[in-house]
Design a protein around this ligand. Sequence first.
Ligand code: FAD
Length: 555
Amino acid sequence: MEGQRLIVVGGVAGGASCAARARRLCEKCEILLFDRGPYVSFANCGLPYYVGNVIVEERKLLVATPHLFKERFNIEVRTKSEVTAIDREKKVVYVKDGRTGETYTQAYDSLVLSTGAQAVRPPLPGIDLPQIFELRTIPDSRKIREAIGYASSALVVGGGFIGLEMAENLARRGLSVNVVELSSQVLPPLDPEMATFAAEHLKSHGIRLVLNNGVARFDLEGNNRILATLNSGEQIQSDIVVLAIGVRPETTLARQADLRLGRHGGIQVDDSMRTSDQNIWAVGDVIEVRDIVTGEWELMPLAGPANRQGRIAAESIIRCHQGREARPQTFRGVQGTAVCGIFDLTVAMTGASEKKLKRAGFKNVEKVYLHPGHHVAYYPGAKSIHMKLLFDASSGRVLGAQAIGEAGVERRIDVISMAIQNNATVFELEEAELCYAPQFGAAKDPVNVAGMIAANCVRGDLELADWNDVDRADVQVVDVRTPAEYDKGHMPQAVNIPIDEMRDRLDELPADKEIWLVCEVGQRAYYATRLLLQSGFQVKNLSGGMRTYSTIHNR
Ligand code: FAD
C-alpha cells in the first residue's frame, strides 16, 4: 500500500480503531483522520459519569489526542474538519475546515466512514429551548454540567440504557428526576418482567418513572423552567430536560454519495465492512449489522462492535492492497451483549430477548428463570442474581440471557455470550468449568444451574409451565414452601403442601389434572416435580418460583 492514502471520517470508536489498526498493519501508507468535532478518540460511554461527577476531570475522557496519533502512529488527525461530500468517481472528499470556513478537496485511495449516529430529536413544539439537552459529545456534557449549577430538577425523556444512566447521575448530583418512557417498560431491549427489577430499583432511589407516555410539547415557564406536557395531559416542571430517546445512523454523507442503505436506514456492508462502493468501507453506529441469533439485519449502536468493525475494515483495506495471505478476519455479526449500571444494580443481557424471538417468528423457544446467589450463601454478602435463559426446546441451543443483580452479573452474561457466539447448547452451560471459591461463586455456578434446569427440560426430566397461563382452571397450583412462607404471601389459586410432607400427602393431589409446582425460587419445586413424576402424576414446574411470580404480577 506504499504511497496509497487511507481517509477515515469520524475519529471516535470505529474510526480511531480502524486508523490505528491500519497503521499497525502497514507502515507505508498515508492515513488521514477527519472529525468535525473538537476531539477524537474520546470516551462517549463515560459522558454520563462526567455529568455525575464520578469522572471529575474532563481530560480523563480523552483516550488519545491528535498529538499522540501523530507521534505514535504517524496518523494525521484533522479536527473541526467536516467531510461534506464524496465524489466517488474522482475518489475525493470535500472537507470544510471549521476554523477558516473554507472547503477543500482531499483525494483518497480507500475511504472509511465511521460517522456514528445522531440523537433522535422529534419535531415537538419547544424542542429547541436552551434548557433541553442531548448527550453525544464532550461539549454536550459540559453544557449539562453547567446547567446543573442552577438546576434542582430534571426530566429525562427515554428510559433506555443512556436515559437511565443519566437519571442516576443527575440524581447523584442532587436533582430530583422524572423519567418519561413511551413503552410500558424501562430498558426496552430486556423482556418486561426482567425490566421490572430495574424499575423498582430506580423508584427505591427516588426516581419517578412515567411509563406508557411521551412528551407532546415543551413550554418555557417563567424565565428558566421547562413545562413538559405529556401525551396523557400530565405536566411536569423541571429546570433541565435530557433527551435520550435513541439514535439514528448519521448517513448524511452516505446518502449524498448514493451508497446502498438497508431497511433500517443504516449503510449496508458485507462481512469485510465494505459498502456498495468497492473503495469505501463503513463501520460503527452508521451501519446495519446481522443479529447472529435471529439472522435479521438491525441497528446495534454499541462500542464493542464498532471497535471490532474498525479493525476488520483496516484488515480488509490493507489486505486488498497487499494481497496478505493471513487468515482474513470477517465480521460475524452481533448478539446485543450489553450492560448498564443503575445505582448499585447491574443489568446485563446477551443474545435475543423473548419478545425479539417472538417477533422473528421463533416457535420452539423455552425459558427458565432462576435467582441464585452470586456466591455461596454461607460466605457473607451473597447477593441474588435474577436470571432468565432462553433456549431452543429441542436442540437446547442457547438463544439469549438476561441477568440483574448487585454483584457477579456481567461475568455470568459474558460466559453465556461466549456460549451463544459458539452456537453452544444448554448442555455445554451445564458442563462449563468456571472459577469457584466461596467468595466468588459456587461449585454449581449460576451459569451451570441455568444450564442444568434447561438441560433437564430438553431431556424431558422436567416440564416447565408458562407463567402466562397460571390462571388456567384445568391445573392445580401447589405451593411446596413451608406454611410460614406460604402465609406470608402466595398465589391465590395455590394450595400448600410443603415438600417435606409431600410423600405422606400424595392422596391430596389430583390424579386427573396437571399439577404446577411453585416454591420460593424454583429449587424445592424441582425436587417435588421429580418426586411426583415418579409417582405417576402429571407435573410441571413454575421456574423461578414466587420471586418470578412477584415480578410478573407487579408489572
Ligand atoms: P461515534 O463514536 O459516535 O463517532 C462518530 C464521529 O464521527 C463523531 O465524533 C462525529 O463528530 C464524527 N462525524 C460524523 N459525521 C462526520 C463528518 N461528516 N465529517 C467528520 N466527522 C464526522 N456503547 C456501549 O457499548 N457501552 C456503553 O456503555 C455506551 N455508553 C454510551 C453513552 C453515551 C452517552 C453515548 C453517546 C454512547 C454510548 N455508547 C455505549 C455507544 C457507543 O459510544 C457507540 O456505539 C460508539 O461510539 C459508536 O462508534 P462510532 O465510531 O460508530 O461513532
